[in-house]
Write a protein that binds this ligand. Structure first.
Ligand code: ASP
Length: 456
């Protein structure tokens, strides 16, 4: 049995939803489908989730919501009309949104989650209705009744495997199950959404819970590519990679699959296949436990930017027990998560995503490190830093890879500010100036993939 997740662009229009139905019809084992909210129909379009966030903010600011509400309802109305569904569907969705708006309370984050979840919830109901309309038995699954349980921490919503036993019942449902992505419920019954793009996570949870033979993640590209196609011309398609490789790539900018979505599938060894709704015949990219690393030790190169480096220097730091812990504690107190901590004997750098930093907390951090750790020098060194990440499980067994990569970077005339290779050796990270990012990516791509078309 397969669980299929269809992303925002796959369900953005009536035409796309018809493709979804064809895909499901073409394979009897596609029993459970997880859907996103309607995404962008064209480059400048807005996702329904973004329209819902706007609507929630208008309500929170006590402004008139009618125009923002109409923007959301119109999207569904158009889809419903083009699918030939009963015209009351738009009214049903409007009523649902008004009911959600009426739940506004002092708990803004709960209200925001309730509004955001409307995108997938209504889309799942609409798509289930369309399946039935074309004569295919289907039912909408309510995540609360089905048992998609999440933890009580609104700042980091994660699924609780305790819900799996109940979710497993989905496989006994009659007909096609249409499950809304992106949200679940705490044990006390509170709705919570995952991070943006979180329908991938729902798909993975459901696939793990029912022990699916395959989790198919339908999106709008034929496969995952070895490098960003916006920077590298015609990059090689990845035919097969491991969970750990995908995790590293999606962490560092490969947005095709949410970086939190792998764990549930991985823990129950459910293979994942990334496929294209617009070209379902293409084989896609398989994500599995093991692959043959011999031909291609490096599977992809990711880049991510928007990082700052906090540099701290203190004479004899290496002898001072607890220095690193106290430094990181200061960051923890400010609610900051860090990415890397390359260090020398008397200095330590902490690489932090800029989204965690403000003018105020930067000053506070510097002051605390000076006063509490008596550092000789502390400052934010780079504020527009990029990470270039070479990923591949085969790197563990290959020699000379770092030398090849560093030589390739040297050819571009760029400076390497930081190198980090974790002991797992699945990834090799280079910190560079943002302005050099694209040319380094192209040069590394030429070095490691020049002659490769498909990475099997
Ligand atoms: N609709 C949500 C978002 O835009 C979740 C998703 O599509 O996966 O982030």
């Amino acid at each position: 049995m397969k669980v299929c997740k269809f992303g925002g662009t796959s369900v953005a229009t009536a035409e796309q939803i018809k493709k979804v139905v064809d895909i499901v019809k073409s394979d009897d084992s596609r029993k459970i489908i997880v859907v996103s909210a309607p995404g962008k129909r064209f480059a400048e379009d807005e996702k329904v989730t973004d329209l819902l966030i706007t609507l929630a903010n208008v309500a929170l600011n006590n402004k008139n919501v009618e125009a923002a509400l109409e923007n959301v309802v119109t999207r569904y109305r158009l889809i419903g009309e083009e699918l030939g569904l009963d015209s009351t569907i738009a009214q049903v969705i409007e009523d649902d949104l008004r009911n959600r708006l009426a739940t506004k309370s002092n708990d803004e984050s709960l209200f925001m989650d309730t509004m955001k979840a409307a995108g997938e919830d209504n889309n799942a109901k609409l798509i289930a209705a369309y399946f039935n309309h074309v004569g295919i038995l289907a039912q909408y699954a309510c995540p609360k009744k089905a048992g998609l349980l999440v933890n009580e921490r609104p700042e980091r919503v994660q699924a609780l495997p305790e819900g799996y036993a109940q979710l497993e019942n989905l496989k006994n449902a009659e007909g096609i199950v249409v499950f809304p992505g992106f949200f679940g419920y705490t044990k006390s019954g509170t709705l919570r959404t995952f991070n943006r793009g979180g329908s991938d996570i729902t798909g993975s949870i459901v696939a793990a819970a029912v022990r699916a033979d395959l989790y198919e993640n339908f999106t709008d590209v034929d496969s995952v590519f070895a490098a960003n196609p916006k920077v590298v011309e015609n990059p090689a398609a990845i035919g097969k990679m491991t969970y750990r490789e995908m995790r590293e790539l999606s962490y560092a900018g490969f947005s095709v699959f949410h970086d939190e979505a792998l764990m549930p599938a991985f823990l129950r060894s459910v293979p994942v296949c990334i496929k294209n709704t617009n070209n379902p015949e293409a084989p896609g990219t398989m994500i599995v436990s093991e692959r043959d690393y011999s031909a291609q030790p490096v599977i992809g190169i990711a880049t991510d930017n928007g990082f700052s480096t906090l540099f701290v220097e203190k004479y004899l730091m290496n002898q001072e027990i607890g220095f690193g812990r106290r430094l990181l504690q200061i960051l923890e107190d400010e609610g900051i998560s860090f990415e890397h901590t390359p260090s020398g004997i008397d200095n330590m750098s902490v690489i932090i995503r800029n989204e965690y930093l403000t003018e105020d907390n930067r000053l506070k951090i510097i002051k605390r490190i000076e006063e509490e750790l008596h550092a000789d020098d502390v400052h934010f060194r780079e504020t527009d830093y990029s990470m270039i990440v070479l990923v591949g499980e085969g790197m563990r067994h290959a020699t000379g890879l770092t030398a090849r990569a560093a030589t390739a970077i040297a050819r571009t005339g760029s400076n390497i500010e930081m190198i980090n290779q974790g002991s797992s050796e699945v990834s090799l990270v280079f910190g560079v100036d943002k302005k050099d990012e694209d040319k380094i990516l192209r040069e590394l791509y030429t070095e490691f993939f020049q002659k490769v078309k498909v990475l099997a």
